[in-house]
Write a protein that binds this ligand. Structure first.
Ligand code: GDP
Length: 599
C-alpha cells in the first residue's frame, strides 16, 4: 500500500456473477432479460456495458426487484455479470484462488431437467467451491401457464390454477431430487435458511421475466451475507486480473480482454501478463471500453479511458500481447519491483501447471482454465498425462503421442481446440488417435470407450494364442484305432478341445502327458475344436489304447503353466463358465501337488 494516508484504501467491489447450464436451457436469454429489465427500469446509463461483462448497480437491482430488495440493507455496489455464459468461460476465468466468478447461476430448463452439461457445470462448481443458485427456467412453458410479466414468483404462482401449480411443483421437485442425487442439499429458495449449506432453487422465466426479481434479490442477499469480506479490496492498489480473450483489433493490433478483480488499472501502467513461453512485460498503450450505442461513429467502437477499478471488464491495447494466453493472470507493476511482479505471475502460472507423468496421453485445451479442468477430470478418471498445453493440436503433439508404448496412450485429447490439417494427416500415418469435444466429460467418455474396445481386442488376440482348458472322457466301445495315432470317441465334459494340444491324464494328482491331439472329427467332418457337451472322435498321437490310455479314462488338455496363470488372472471373466470350471479343476489338481503352480 503506497499512499494509504491520502485515501481510505478499502472499498467493496462488485461480486462477479457467471451463468452456467446445458445448451438451450436459456442462459443467454436470462442474461438478456436481466440487462433488458435493467435498461427499462433504470435511468439512462443505468447499466454499464464493460468488455465481456455488464454491471448492474444496486439501485437498478432494487427497482427491478421491487420490495424484495431494499437498497438500505446492502452496501455492495451491485452485480457484475460475465456476458459469455457457459462453463467454458467460467473455467477460463480463473483467479489466484480458483474461480474468478464469486457466484454462479446454474440454469436448468424445467421441462428438460438435468442434462450432460448441467452435470458438468455442477462438477465444475463443486471443484471450484463456487456458491451458486439454480434458476429453474422456462416456467412459462408449463401447460396452462398465465404469464404475469416481470412478476415476483410468489405473486404469479398464486395466480395460476391448481393444476398448473401442481405441474410446476412436480418439475421443481424433480430438479431438487436431481441436485440431491449429486450430493447437493437443495430446496426452493424461500425455504432455504442457510445458503452456504443449501442450494436455493428459483423458478424463473427468461421470456416473461417472472421470478427475475427473486433471482436478483437472492443473489444480492447471498453476496451481502456471505461474501462481503471477500469483496473488500484495496481499490487504488495495483490491479490484478485474468485474461478472458486475446483478440486482434483493427488499429490496435493484438489486444487482451481482461476481467479486473482487484485494484486499479491505469492507462500509463506497466503490466505483466502470462504468456505461452514466459511472462510478457509491457506498457499499456490504451484502455478501451465499448462506446455507448448512441455514440458509435465511424472511427471506433471503443472509447479510451484513463483508469478502471475492480470489478470490471476492460480491453487493453499494448505491444507484445501476441503470446498472451486466455485464462492467464495479469498484474500491474506500478511502484513495485518488476522482478517481484514477474515472480508472482510465474507462481500463479505454475500453480495452474498440470502434473505430468513419464507416459500418458497428450492433452490440448484452448485456455489455461479449461486445461486445468481437463487435468482434474483426467486425474479422477485415473488417466495419466504426458503433456498438457494450451493450443490447437499440432504435428509435434502427434510426435509426442506416437512415442507412447501402449496404444491407449498413443492418444491426443483436445478440448475446444482445432486439429491442424497437417497434424491430422500425421496422426493417421503414425496411428495416433485424436479425440476432440466441447464437453469435458463426453471427451473422457469417448476416450474410455476407446480404451475398453482396445482392451477387449487385445484380450481376444491373447485368447486366440492361449491353450484352452478341457476335460473329456473316452467313451466305452469307441476305440476306432489303437495307436499311431490312437483314435477314440470322447465326450467333452467341460471346456474346449483344440487341435494340436497336448493331452494329459492324472494318476492321482500327478499329470502324465500321453500324447498330442492330431485331428478332431464330428460326425465324420474335420473340425478345429470341440466344445463342452459335444461327442467327437479324436486322433491322439502317442498312446496305445489299453496301455497308456483306456476306455472310460478322464483326459485333460495340458495347460502350460503360464497360460493357466493368464487364464486365471486376466481372462477368467472372458471365457465361458464351463471352461472356467475345467480350469479350476485343473488348477486344483496341480496345486494339491504344488500350491504355487500357476501363480
Ligand atoms: P442458451 O443456449 O442456454 O444460452 O439458451 P438460449 O438463451 O439461447 O435459449 C434457448 C431457447 O430457449 C431460445 O429459443 C429461447 O428463446 C428459449 N427460451 C429461453 N428461456 C426461455 C423461457 O423462459 N421461456 C421460453 N418459453 N423460452 C425460453
Amino acid at each position: 500500500m503506497s499512499d494509504s494516508d491520502t485515501h481510505d484504501p478499502t472499498s467493496l467491489r462488485t461480486p462477479i456473477v457467471a451463468v452456467l447450464g446445458h445448451v438451450d436451457h436459456g442462459k443467454t436469454s436470462l442474461l438478456d432479460k436481466i440487462r433488458g429489465s435493467a435498461v427499462i427500469e433504470g435511468e439512462a446509463g443505468a447499466i454499464t456495458q464493460h468488455i465481456g461483462a455488464t454491471a448492474v448497480p444496486l439501485d437498478v437491482i432494487s427497482s427491478i426487484a421491487g420490495e424484495l430488495v431494499d437498497p438500505d440493507d446492502f452496501d455492495l455496489p451491485g452485480l457484475l455479470f460475465i456476458d459469455t455464459p457457459g462453463h467454458h468461460s467460467f473455467t477460463t476465468l480463473r483467479s489466484r484462488g480458483g474461480a474468478l466468478a464469486d457466484i454462479a447461476i446454474l440454469v436448468v430448463d424445467v421441462n428438460d431437467g438435468f442434462q450432460p452439461q448441467t452435470l458438468e457445470a455442477l462438477d465444475i462448481l463443486q471443484r471450484s467451491q463456487t456458491p451458486f443458485i439454480v434458476a429453474a427456467n422456462k416456467i412459462d412453458t408449463v401447460p396452462g401457464w398465465n404469464a404475469n410479466e416481470d412478476s415476483p414468483i410468489n405473486a404469479t404462482y398464486e395466480a395460476q390454477s391448481d393444476r398448473v401449480r401442481e405441474r410446476l411443483d412436480e418439475s421443481l421437485y424433480e430438479i431438487i431430487g436431481n441436485l440431491s442425487d449429486e450430493g447437493f442439499s437443495a430446496d426452493l429458495y424461500w425455504r432455504v435458511q442457510n445458503f452456504q449449506r443449501n442450494v436455493g432453487v428459483v423458478p424463473v422465466s427468461a421470456m416473461t421475466g417472472e421470478g427475475v426479481p427473486d433471482l436478483l434479490a437472492v443473489m444480492m442477499g447471498l453476496s451481502q451475507r456471505y461474501m462481503k469480506e471477500e469483496m473488500e479490496i484495496d481499490v487504488a492498489g495495483p490491479g490484478v486480473g485474468t485474461v478472458l480473450e486475446v483478440k486482434e483489433e483493427k488499429g490496435f493490433g493484438k489486444t487482451v480482454d481482461l476481467v479486473l478483480y482487484d485494484g486499479t488499472l491505469r492507462a500509463d501502467d506497466t503490466i505483466v501478463v502470462g504468456g505461452t513461453n514466459e511472462p510478457i512485460v509491457t506498457d499499456v498503450r490504451a484502455l478501451l471500453q465499448p462506446r455507448p450505442l448512441e455514440e458509435i461513429r465511424t472511427e471506433s467502437r471503443f472509447e479510451k479511458v484513463d483508469e478502471v477499478s475492480a470489478a470490471t471488464g476492460i480491453k487493453v491495447a499494448a505491444p507484445d500481447l501476441g503470446d498472451a494466453i486466455a485464462g492467464a493472470p495479469v498484474r500491474v507493476v506500478r511502484d513495485r519491483e518488476r522482478a517481484d511482479v514477474i515472480a508472482e505471475v510465474e507462481d500463479e502460472l505454475a500453480s495452474i501447471a498440470v502434473d505430468t507423468e513419464e507416459t500418458g496421453v497428450v492433452v490440448k485445451a484452448d485456455t489455461l482454465g479449461s486445461l486445468e479442468a481437463m487435468a482434474d477430470a483426467l486425474e479422477e478418471a485415473e488417466v495419466p498425462i504426458v503433456r498438457a498445453e494450451v493450443g490447437d493440436v499440432a504435428p509435434r503433439d502427434v510426435s509426442v503421442a506416437s512415442t507412447a508404448e501402449e496404444g491407449k496412450e498413443q492418444v491426443i485429447l483436445g478440448f475446444n481446440v482445432d486439429v491442424l490439417g497437417d497434424a491430422e494427416q500425421r496422426a493417421e500415418i503414425e496411428d495416433v488417435r485424436v479425440f476432440t469435444d466441447e464437453v469435458i466429460y463426453q471427451l473422457i467418455e469417448e476416450y474410455e470407450e476407446f480404451v475398453d474396445e482396445l482392451e477387449r481386442a487385445q484380450q481376444d488376440t491373447i485368447l486366440e494364442n492361449i491353450v484352452r482348458p478341457a476335460r473329456f472322457r473316452i467313451l466305452p466301445d469307441h476305440t476306432f484305432r489303437q495307436n499311431d495315432p490312437a483314435v477314440v470317441g470322447v465326450e467333452v465334459n467341460s471346456g474346449t478341445i483344440q487341435n494340436n494340444t497336448n493331452v494329459v491324464k492324472f494318476e492321482g494328482n500327478e499329470p502324465e502327458r500321453v500324447g498330442q491331439v492330431k485331428g478332431i472329427q464330428e460326425q465324420g467332418e474335420d473340425v478345429d475344436e470341440a466344445r463342452a457337451g459335444n461327442r467327437v472322435s479324436v486322433a491322439i498321437d502317442g498312446p496305445t489304447v489299453g496301455r497308456q490310455i483306456e476306455e472310460d479314462d478322464e483326459l485333460w488338455t495340458e495347460l502350460p503353466e503360464k497360460h493357466a496363470k493368464i487364464l486365471e488372472q486376466e481372462l477368467s471373466s472372458e471365457i465361458p463358465g464351463d471352461e472356467l470350471e475345467a480350469l479350476n479343476m485343473y488348477l486344483d489338481k496341480q496345486r494339491s501337488r504344488d500350491p504355487f503352480w500357476g501363480k
